[in-house]
Design a protein around this ligand. Sequence first.
Ligand code: 6PG
Length: 483
Amino acid sequence: MSMSKGTVGLIGLAVMGENLALNLESKGYKVVVYNRTASRTEAFLKGPASGRDIVGASSLDEMARLLPRPRQIILMVKAGRPVDEVIEQLLPLLEPGDILIDGGNSHFEDTERRAKKVEEAGLLYVGTGISGGEEGALKGPSIMPGGSQRAWCVVGGMLKSIAAKAGKDNDEPCCEWIGPGGAGHYVKMVHNGIEYVVMQAISEAYLLMSSLLSMRAGEIQTVFDNWNKGDLDSYLMEIAASVLKKIDPETGRPLVDVISDRAAHKGTGMWTSQSALELGVPAPSIAESVMARYISSLKAERESAAKTLPGPTPAVYGKDGFDDASKPRIIGAIHDALKGTIICAYAQGFAILAKASETYSWQLNMPSIAALWRGGCIIRAAMLADIMEAFDRQPNLPNLLVSPVFRDALEGVQKGWRAIIALAAQGGVPVPCFASSLSYYDSYRAARLGTNLVQAQRDYFGAHTYERVDREGVFHTDWTSEE
Ligand code: 6PG
């Protein structure tokens, strides 16, 4: 009989909570579960949890009594108000030294506030990002814990044991201490910002192949499968291919073709963009991928504008005099645009992290963050090993774009990336993320931009002053004077 490694409480039995409880139990922990709707707890105990070392508590009070001290309680409730409510109810039942772990997608500022409040009561608080969806929660997610460092000494072993493993021997847990306060949830938020870009970029590749090359879902799937075997090897590429394979049982058509193109969101991409704006970090690909979802949701407006607004109809392969070599060339260019865009997504994500680390004094460890994104999470990708190495070699790398490995990669893709954006623009196919990422790249590598004119205009209408290229100082000109 195996000895239990300890007992942990888990509140909130939606699918992520259930799967995390099963994961914990499979790693030798006894789990006491509680859900506000008791029937859900019963169904879980009779169903997936039956025969396992998982017990139900009928109240938070009972949960507190069933847990040994210091109590460790994981909250898997909906982000926002519900987290505050559960904390409110728990505090009178707990004692100094007990540990609360919020595993939802909480906003990092909420986590900062809650950590303070809980610590004032003598308890320890961990706000942790958990990525990997339902399957990750069950088989091993990527875990990004932050908050009370003292708590890490107690719960670190447990969190590492349930995390995904990566590395060449598959034995490096995708879980590491991130930093104080809301640092863990912040890193998870930026993970999601990157996730938005990769998803949007893959959807642009799909749109280009279907509109310029008349490729159907099955054919695009083959291309995605191939890309997933090469430099674009990633979970999101893999599932995009898998999605394209699925046939709708009702219509017999590829299921993707009958899904409405209005993309929803729960806010984390928007939060990442808001934070980038506040910190003054350029992250246009992330913002653009949020905007792309917003514009997609204006379905009725788009349908009506499609009938009235002028624009070209894309030249279509097979109809408009493309030669035989054009199809593989266009597919190659789409690959290049996708790769360039994904590199920009990571570059922007890590630039946001660097600035946040400095602003909030978190001392984020970039190679370690790249390392724990290598497995379990939604953005896991072969590219993360290169990112980890790039930061390992140059801890103060100002931007991933200038690391030798990505510089070379960008050199390889830029020609195709530019060509496909030109083709898309000529054909009127919207590729917001591909295009804004290329502009980011070109702006970042431009020693001189046109913004000297912006400065001049600001000084013209508001005496906002400007600096000069040829000498130090702050200058103002009376722009309308005759001299
Ligand atoms: C993860 C996911 C997860 C969630 C997204 C969905 O890392 O496991 O990111 O947290 O599915 O937040 O976000 P949207 O609904 O905003 O697309």
